[in-house]
Ligand binder design. Structure first.
Ligand code: ADP
Ligand code: MG
Length: 557
């Protein structure tokens, strides 16, 4: 074939193929145009996954009648003038491709009016050609309606997913813009059902509440940091509020929604040591820097960007999030069993992931800072780093505290979690023990032990408290019987039994723990009422402050 310049219709379709991947891409371009036009209210409507209909209305500046048709020409834009503008783009759009690209693959109607016009204009295009124009009045702003998307681009139609999937892409996209622009009032209606509505009052936490629910919104931590080059702000989740995927990351650079491996990494590294590998935070992070520090012109749909000083951006974001995590009092979660079955630690976090049921309950005086696990010493102490120095944490005392609090809570609520034993354990009792047992059977049952006689002072244990799954059951029963034998008045002996159960149920010194187990232990310690001491009153941790360290090493006098 001979080399020739392609016809403009073909060029437009090729461009459209890059810019308009799916219905949500059309929504993106139209919403960006509305934002660039200074709209404070943007209403998005879609039907049939956006293939049947997409409609975006705004109260922005509008397009003057004299410029309306030009807007549908390729490379027609009001946002940049010359080459130097390309280096300092502050608008979301600048390529002048969206409207012509959309018009190339479908049917578009636009009604728009500026503040200086008495009457606005209406334009109807098909395959990029104007098929109807007239004067029409409307309040200041613009409405673009796109019907039967990809009608003239059937190849693309084949790649689309179900209407529901496309709807979910649209919902995600509008949510992201709502997060990026809390001062803009967004509404989204999908297949005639209201899907999202924000107030536009400028409060990011409120927008997060609309999107992720008020529970999450309440618990998010404020991120705020500005050093010369890069300003970072937003909200990020405490370590106790993690998710099992990265769908809850939102990054905005100069208010542009971007996907950025760099920013993802910076965020995740800020949580290093605080989350398990399978866990990811919820983060809404705004980064602002001078337009010259950024190249936004590397991707047709402008979803990717390039930073001139990547390292500076990386460390600013990481630092800002770390600071937010360090500043924050720890919220405790509802009692989630530290369930351990057959020697395996089942992370309660995994359960939480699927079903977040949290209460915000800030600890009064004894709260712990966020601690980062560094390692284990002598298979007995967890070495951790906090915002102000080093912490040595006794793994046994820590687990004792956790179990004690859980046991007491379960007793108080008369809701002891019980675990049946697949292989019942038989135990031989001394005569004295047997007497105690006969006298206190109902207590044992209340604590969660099912013990049945097996003849000749032998007993079968069929069920135990779930919190004790890790313990040596025979040891526990005899300790328990011992306490029950010497019980006097009700309260103190119950406390003693709880202490004894906690002590026997807890991990021993000398046991090797994985990093995840240590992290889990610290997380759960954070949620106890008195994290700094075990139920017997011994300390759970020793703190060497940064100041002490500096003094010891003679860095300061
Ligand atoms: P770009 O956004 O890259 O400039 P578009 O093809 O998306 O290119 O839009 C072309 C031009 O049409 C814009 O530069 C802007 O002047 C005008 N325009 C598009 N949508 C709107 C809108 N909703 N309100 C006001 N002006 C708009
Ligand atoms: Mg645009």
């Amino acid at each position: 074939m001979q080399i020739k310049v392609l016809e403009s219709a073909v060029i437009a379709k090729i461009a459209a193929g890059e810019v308009i991947e799916r219905p949500a891409s059309v929504v993106k371009e139209l919403v960006e145009n509305s934002l660039d036009a200074g709209a404070t209210q943007i209403a998005v409507e879609a039907q049939g996954g956006g293939v049947e209909l997409i409609k975006v209305s705004d109260n922005g500046t509008g397009i003057p009648t004299s410029e309306l048709e030009i807007a549908f020409h390729r490379y027609a834009t009001s946002k940049i003038d010359d080459l130097s503008d390309l280096e300092k783009i502050s608008s979301l759009g600048f390529r002048g491709e969206a409207l012509p690209s959309i018009a190339a693959v479908t049917e578009v109607e636009i009604i728009t009016q500026t503040s200086s016009e008495v009457v606005g204009s209406y334009l109807h295009l098909r395959k990029g050609e104007v098929i109807h124009r007239e004067s029409r009045a409307r309040p200041q702003g613009t409405t673009v309606t796109v019907r039967r998307l990809f009608r003239y681009f059937p190849a693309r139609l084949k790649f689309l997913k179900s209407a529901n999937t496309e709807n979910s892409h649209i919902a995600h996209l509008v949510s992201q813009y709502a997060l990026a622009f809390p001062e803009v009032k967004f509404s989204l209606v999908l297949d005639k059902r209201p899907s999202l509505r924000t107030t536009g009052n400028g409060d990011l936490r409120e927008v997060i509440g609309e999107i992720y629910g008020s529970e999450i919104a309440q618990r998010m931590l404020k991120v705020e940091q500005g050093d010369g080059l890069v300003k970072v702000s937003g909200l990020t989740s405490p370590p106790s509020l993690a998710r099992s995927n990265r769908n809850y990351f939102s990054f905005f650079v100069n208010r542009r929604w971007v996907r950025s491996p760099l920013l993802t990494r910076a965020t995740e590294e800020a949580y290093h040591g605080l989350l398990m590998d399978s866990q990811h935070p919820i983060a809404v992070i705004n980064i602002s820097l001078q337009a010259q520090e950024l190249d936004v012109n590397i991707h047709p749909a402008k979803a990717q960007i390039k930073f001139c000083h990547e390292q500076a951006v990386f460390s600013s974001v990481q630092k800002a999030i770390k600071e937010a995590l360090a500043r924050t009092p720890i919220a405790s979660s509802k009692s989630v069993p530290f369930s351990i079955s057959s020697g395996q630690w089942q992370s309660p976090r995994m359960i939480m992931d699927n079903e977040p049921t949290f209460v915000v309950d800030q600890l009064p005086t004894m709260e712990l800072p966020v601690l980062r696990v560094l390692g284990q010493l002598a298979n007995t102490y967890i070495i951790a780093e906090g915002p102000n120095g080093l912490y040595l944490i006794d793994q046994h005392a820590t687990h004792e505290r956790i179990l004690y609090d859980r046991i007491s809570a379960q007793w108080a609520q008369k809701e002891v979690e019980v675990q049946g034993l697949l292989q019942p354990i038989t135990i031989e009792l001394s005569p004295r023990e047997e007497e105690t047992l006969k006298a206190s059977k109902e207590f044992l049952a209340e604590f969660g032990f099912t013990v049945e006689p097996f003849g000749n002072r032998s007993y079968v244990i069929r069920a135990i408290p779930a919190l004790m799954a890790r313990a040596n059951i025979i040891e526990i029963i005899s300790a328990l019987l011992d306490s029950l034998a010497s019980k006097e008045s009700p309260n103190p002996w119950e406390e003693k039994i709880a202490q004894s159960l906690a002590c026997h149920g807890a991990i021993r010194a000398g046991q090797q723990l994985s990093n995840e187990e240590m992290r889990e232990l610290i997380k759960q310690l954070e949620q106890t009422k008195q994290p700094r001491s075990c139920p017997h009153g011994r300390p759970t941790m020793i703190h060497l402050s940064s100041h002490q360290l500096e003094k010891e090493f003679g860095r300061i006098s």
